[in-house]
Design a protein around this ligand. Structure first.
Ligand code: CS2
Ligand code: MN
Length: 357
């Protein structure tokens, strides 16, 4: 297992590579060109620039999260071929600097969805929170406005204001897209890109839908064991793989994450590990990584990875905001709770390595 850390780039993240290299065991920085919107060309010079910065601090550039997929590809519009060509161009360029895994998602319109970015825990820390009834009774626009207002200046990946300003148009475009059609469109995309990935030795790793159920009438297709199985069979190649995110699958308690890891382990290239606490009414809040703080049994998750001999990349996912850091950090991406998360995950892992059951 190779421990990594999501880093937003020079001048775009208060947490610097010098901070990150003091966290024990982190060998790679998970990066992206965060100013690029889906469908834009990634210039080789920009890619090389990041690779050089990472190399200067001894971090591997092997994982990119994300190269976002244009909505025209998800909707299956005629213009999709143009955007797929650009995607392929990006895969080839990333391969040149040693990228081995590309994380992406296929969620219509929204990446992750929450109703609060700074919900307070009893200990005074705060974290991302999802209030189920609020989403069910609200319009997408009101949820977007609520979140963007909470986020202030801090833009979040997948929530680019340019895109969300076309919200009505986007919803219109998705009105006839059922789960089956979305799966078809994903298959079309994969059939074009996976042969290139095989040639370039870059593994694709789809991120599950967050939360793991349909919202606002939009289909969501990566949210359970059955969906994952169907996804993997669309193109049966090791290059067509998964980012297994425990915090995204976790809010649906029917998802048995350790057993999903054991079943599909050889196709998991990137592990996102975090914990969530799920309430009776379906609301959920993000917690520390510690197993007993939430409803995802992180120790069983790590055991499953250990048992399958997982050699892929892992990172702590979102953390709570602590000690006032929410004033500066990106929602979910502060320093302290994620650093403690790394230590917790490595603590469990090192213990397993010693053969202690
Ligand atoms: C991430 C996702 O912050 C997060 O929740 O795990 O936004 C992830 O980067 C994307 O879904 C991948 O495309
Ligand atoms: Mn994740």
């Amino acid at each position: 297992m190779k421990m990594t850390w999501r880093w937003y780039g020079v001048g775009n993240d208060d947490i610097t590579l010098d901070h990150i290299r003091q966290i024990p065991g982190v060998m790679g920085a998970v990066w992206s060109l965060h100013d690029k919107v889906a469908g834009e060309v990634w210039e080789m010079e920009r890619i090389q620039e990041v690779a050089d910065v990472l190399a200067s601090k001894n971090f591997s550039p092997a994982v990119v999260e994300s190269v976002n997929v244009h909505d025209d590809i998800k909707m299956g519009l005629p213009s999709r071929d143009h955007y797929i060509d650009i995607y392929i161009d990006t895969i080839r360029k990333l391969a040149k600097v040693g990228v081995k895994v590309i994380c992406y998602n296929f969620m219509p319109v929204f990446d992750w969805t929450r109703t609060d970015l700074y919900k307070e825990h009893p200990d005074g820390s705060n974290a991302l929170f999802y209030e189920k009834a609020l989403v069910e009774g609200a319009t997408p626009k009101s949820i977007v406005d609520r979140i963007l207002e909470g986020a202030g200046e801090k833009t979040m990946p997948g929530w680019e204001p340019e895109r969300l300003s076309h919200l009505e148009q986007l919803f219109e475009g998705y009105k006839d897209i059922t789960e089956d059609v979305l799966f078809e469109n994903l298959k079309y995309f994969l059939e074009k890109i996976i042969p290139v990935c095989e040639e370039e030795d870059v593994k694709m790793a789809i991120h599950p839908d967050d939360p793991p159920w349909p919202i606002f009438g939009l289909p969501r297709i990566i949210r359970s064991r059955e969906h994952i199985q169907k996804f993997l069979s669309l193109v049966d190649s090791p290059y067509n793989g998964l980012t297994l995110c425990t915090g995204s699958l976790g809010p649906n308690k029917l998802n048995d994450i350790p057993s999903i890891i054991r079943e599909f382990g050889s196709r998991i290239h990137f592990a996102h590990v975090r914990n969530v606490k799920v309430f009776e009414n379906g609301d959920f809040i993000e917690t520390s990584h510690r197993a007993c703080d939430g409803d995802v049994d992180i120790i069983e998750v790590m055991k499953a990875y250990h048992d399958i001999g997982f050699e892929g990349y892992m990172r702590p996912d979102h953390g709570r905001h602590l000690w006032g850091e929410e004033k500066n950090c990106r929602p979910g991406y502060g320093l302290y709770d994620r650093a403690m998360g790394v230590m917790y995950l490595l603590g469990v892992w090192d213990t397993l390595e010693r053969g202690v059951k």
